[in-house]
Ligand binder design. Structure first.
Ligand SMILES: [Zn+2]
Ligand SMILES: [Zn+2]
Length: 262
């Protein structure tokens, strides 16, 4: 059993609907899906809808750093209402900083990031962090906004060991995506081999970043199996053990409980 702690499943990525994708993943042994509700209000609602109708799907609510420029006060209010009222919302996110693409001005990224850390603290929900090419500012803002009070997950972990240690110290678990299977990802592999067993998770970030040997394909939650197998290999443990500890960690961190399929 495996839990995909980070997937995007709305119709903009899966125009045929999520059902067959979920079925394929369940057959591959995936017992839980955390569907990330970012992009637009519509996409957030779509994630919530998916989660509200299925026992093995949960959702998050947030504003991706790419979309920070479009996040006005009205949207902030609307999203907070959803995060407060919907029982299937297990975290705030993904929020954070992306200085690689800079789709939104950095000042706005930071302001939105700070705002939603505040929301997470208010609602006592963990935070899902997206960080790319912005390690120092990410850690600084997490500290300044006292994100440690709620903790959370560094999703799609792609930093080095120094960053990993500071994130762990701040109460953030490390979630590994297909990137860890890429040949050149030696820093990330080092972290995946070293990180404490009770602080690691696996995810697909579907539809992006399909793991080796499916790299380049549209990624879907079933593929989390390849990432888990690779991380198990790095750590010298059996896939079953890796699946068990990462699922336990997801349950502890997000309150999600796996649903067994017969
Ligand atoms: Zn992300
Ligand atoms: Zn994502």
């Amino acid at each position: 059993m495996l839990i995909d702690t980070h997937c995007h499943l709305d119709p903009s990525y899966f125009p045929e609907g999520a059902e067959e994708t979920l079925t394929r993943a369940r057959s591959a042994g995936v017992t839980g899906f955390v569907c990330i509700g970012v992009g637009s209000l519509e996409q957030t609602q779509s994630a919530l809808q998916l989660a509200s109708r299925r026992a093995d799907v949960w959702a998050t609510v947030g504003v991706h750093p790419h979309d920070a420029a479009q996040c006005d006060a009205a949207l902030q209010v609307e999203l907070q209402k959803l995060a407060e009222s919907q029982a299937r919302v297990v975290a705030i996110g993904e929020i954070g900083l992306d200085y690689h693409y800079d789709h939104s001005p950095r000042e706005q990224q930071q302001a939105v990031f700070r705002h939603f850390i505040g929301v997470a603290r208010q609602l006592k929900k963990p935070i899902v962090i997206h960080t790319r090419s912005a390690p120092a500012d990410t850690l600084r803002i997490l500290e300044e906004e006292r994100a440690q009070d709620v903790g959370g997950i560094i999703h799609c972990f792609s930093e080095n060991k120094t960053f990993a240690q500071r994130a762990l110290d701040l109460g953030f678990d490390l979630s590994f995506s297909g990137i860890v299977t890429f040949k050149k990802a030696t820093d990330i592999q080092e972290v995946a081999a070293w990180a404490p067993a009770d602080r690691i998770l696996v995810e697909t970030d579907s539809p992006y970043l399909a793991p080796v040997p499916l790299r380049g394909k549209r990624c879907e939650p079933a593929y989390v199996l390849h990432t888990a197998r690779f991380v198990a290999g790095l750590r010298g443990v059996a896939l079953e053990e890796l699946a068990q500890i990462t699922s336990q960690n997801a349950t502890r961190r997000l309150g999600v409980s796996p649903v067994l399929h017969s």
